[in-house]
Design a protein around this ligand. Structure first.
Ligand code: 6PG
Length: 255
């Protein structure tokens, strides 16, 4: 089992700078290789931590017009609702850089959770056909250039919550749930096969309240290891990197 690369930062400030650097480098490599960069965002504190991308030098050096933007998970609420991950990203990031509006792929907020998940998967299928999103060589899944995840103190990533049946979904790219333990209850989420088919998965976690979950997600715990969703994020042919601050990393056994 590959626990991934651990990047532990002295401060949230330092983490933000290094995260912006890392994303800018992946974007440059992907644009050079295939002309576009397909990136999936999450909600929560992640967007604030990506804020440096809107500042110099990244606001000028990143090839924003080549970005295709998706969400690893979304709350099924109106786009202008304060719980919307789209709204969070739009206000915190996308409105501040020259993204092409038609490259922003968010859910249709007039549909039910089930319909929105189906339509979102269909949308991604069209982009795989035109190779704006790559196709995996090991599964029938899309291969995003980068999937960015946050993690809750219960170890959830995207809207994949501990012990939820959505963790077992194998034959869909996008699933819906109506019983999220973290409000709001209705969400759509990338499934584990999609996360694990990505070229790069980055999990960004800060704060002491997540230290225990970081330990349970990363450390080698032997046979009694809990099946934390964050632990199941294991890209098969991709690279996994954890961006942590010191408090979040404080319970790791080995660094
Ligand atoms: C969501 C998120 C979710 C988030 C984690 C961590 O829509 O709720 O995508 O997976 O990333 O809950 O959130 P925080 O970083 O705000 O704790």
């Amino acid at each position: 089992r590959d626990r991934g690369e651990l990047r532990i930062h002295e401060s949230v400030e330092e983490l933000s700078t290094n995260l912006a650097d890392y994303i800018a480098d992946l974007s440059e490599a992907s644009v050079k290789e295939r002309g576009v960069f397909a990136i999936a965002l999450s909600g929560g504190s992640l967007i604030g931590l990506m804020g440096k991308l809107c500042e110099a030098p990244y606001n000028k050096t990143v090839d924003w017009a080549k970005w295709y933007i998706f969400w690893a998970d979304e709350r099924v609420v109106a786009k202008n609702h304060s719980d919307s991950n789209y709204k969070l990203a739009k206000e915190g990031l996308l409105s501040k850089v020259p993204i092409v509006p038609s490259h922003v792929h968010s859910i249709n907020d007039s549909l039910s959770a089930e319909e929105a998940a189906d339509e979102y998967e269909f949308d991604i299928r069209q982009l795989v056909k035109t190779r704006m999103v790559c196709v995996s060589d090991i599964s029938d899944c899309p291969k995003f250039d980068l999937i960015l995840l946050g993690m809750g103190s219960d170890g959830h990533v995207a809207s994949l919550f501990p012990n939820h049946s959505v963790l077992d979904v194998k034959n869909q790219w996008v699933s819906f749930i109506t019983d999220s333990p973290k409000p709001p209850p209705e969400r759509i989420t990338f499934t584990l096969p999609v996360i694990n088919s990505a070229s790069n998965v980055v999990v960004v976690v800060t704060g002491e309240s997540k230290a225990e979950a970081v330990h349970l997600a990363i450390d080698d715990l032997g046979p009694n290891c809990p099946s934390l969703p964050a632990r199941m994020a294991q890209p098969t042919n991709g690279k996994l990197v954890w961006f942590l601050d010191k408090p979040a990393a404080s319970k790791l056994q080995s660094v």
